[in-house]
Ligand binder design. Structure first.
Ligand SMILES: NC(=O)c1ccc[n+]([C@@H]2O[C@H](COP(=O)([O-])OP(=O)(O)OC[C@H]3O[C@@H](n4cnc5c(N)ncnc54)[C@H](O)[C@@H]3O)[C@@H](O)[C@H]2O)c1
Ligand SMILES: [Zn+2]
Length: 351
């Protein structure tokens, strides 16, 4: 088992454990947070949590189906009311066992119940292991847009058990791999090279390789989060590489397109913008396009520029008529640049 630590501030340290078949370690880790504390597992029924030994017999249990619809005030209220009905106190530990949607909603519930109780994240999708469970962002969606409500509430412990990926539908595994490609392209040439070397075994879910991919991506994300815990200094914005177009495509599809699949298209586009601006060398961009293709993400035709421009203009990160768009500048590096939506539209039409 690999142990890392994410410590963006003295009050906000998350222990991070990565490995395969970590049920016993998880139960022990929760126990170590303090003897006799009430523990509630918030668990996605799609996850064979009991088979993997993720839940101790004396823990209370709330089942909540994963999926975007779960990130709502209605489910938040139902979770909070169940915790209240059990008369739990502030020593309660909420162990969230599910993908990124449960992680976001469960983290938010933990941050609000009795003004905040400890949480433990047990991500069960690759995307949640290497991305959403690190960094402490919690969220729910509004009809007006995704992730518009949330808090920063880092879990005390995050346990990424890659054995859980064995039941994950391939499309969801690939969705997580798109985020791994993002981390490799934007931050980590070694991760990029690993993904380049082993697409077949990684796509087949080889646990040793998945463990390596998760470890590298989480390490990279920790470095970014520690440099910019609350996304005020700009570094953390770079995690949005591929996400400007990605979010627009997701919204345009009515959220039927999986997040990572949309991000993969966003990466193709960001590479094109990088080359057009002279920030990215053509041969390196070609290498990155090829890597995306190796994971089944061929460049897809995009919807016409008008609806996308509309989504770009709604971007949360828009300032003075320009977007903060993340441009790759090489294999393993990227920078945030202020770009007017019109420049992106031109590129959309050209691409
Ligand atoms: N907080 C952050 O920093 C952050 C970062 C990135 C993404 N996110 C959020 O993460 C969410 C996406 O997460 P996701 O892709 O994990 O989606 P998800 O939680 O919907 O999980 C995907 C699907 O897989 C199922 N599932 C989960 N684990 C399984 C397993 N082990 N075996 C079989 N099926 C399983 C779920 O029931 C669901 O149907 C989005 O809402 C996004 O906004 C948050
Ligand atoms: Zn993402």
């Amino acid at each position: 088992m690999i142990r890392l630590r994410c410590a963006p501030g003295p009050e906000a340290t998350t222990e991070v454990w990565i490995g395969a078949r970590l049920g016993a370690e998880l139960r022990r880790g929760v126990e170590q947070l303090g003897a006799g504390r009430p523990v509630v597992a918030l668990v996605d029924p799609a996850v064979p949590a009991t088979d993997h030994g993720l839940i101790a017999p004396d823990w209370r249990r709330i089942e909540l189906a994963g999926g975007e619809a779960t990130k709502s005030f209605t489910t938040l209220e139902s979770v909070l009311r169940q915790l209240a009905a059990w008369h739990l106190d502030r020593r309660t530990v909420l162990v969230v066992i599910g993908g990124g949607t449960l992680g976001d909603l469960g983290g938010l519930a933990a941050s609000l119940f009795l003004r905040g109780v400890d949480s433990v994240q047990v991500p069960t999708t690759l995307l949640a292991m290497l991305d959403s469970s690190v960094g402490g962002k919690t969220a729910l969606n509004l009809p007006e847009g995704k992730n518009l409500v949330g808090t920063f509430w880092p879990p005390r412990l995050m346990v990424a058990d890659v054995a859980l990926c064995s039941t994950l539908p391939t499309e969801h595994l690939r969705s997580g791999l798109a985020e791994a490609i993002k981390m490799g392209l934007g931050f980590d040439p070694r991760l990029f090279a690993l993904l380049e070397r082993e697409p077949a075994r990684i796509l087949a879910g080889d646990p040793l390789l998945l463990e390596e991919v998760v470890t590298m991506a989480v390490r990279d994300k920790i470095a970014v989060v520690e440099a910019d815990p609350l996304e005020t200094r700009g570094q953390r914005r770079c995690l949005n590489l591929g996400h400007t177009l990605g979010h627009a495509l997701e919204a345009h599809s009515g959220y039927t397109l999986l997040h990572g699949h949309a991000v993969a298209q966003g990466l193709h586009f960001a590479l094109e913008v990088g080359v057009a601006r002279g920030a990215m060398a053509m041969d390196e961009a070609a290498r990155a396009h090829r890597l995306l293709e190796a994971y089944g993400f061929a460049r897809a035709p995009l919807p016409g520029p008008e609806p996308l421009l509309e989504y770009f203009s709604r971007d949360k990160k828009m300032q003075d008529g320009a977007l903060q768009f993340v441009v790759p500048t090489g294999i393993g590096s990227c920078e945030s640049a202020a770009i007017r939506p019109a420049e992106l539209t031109k590129q959309l039409v050209a691409g």
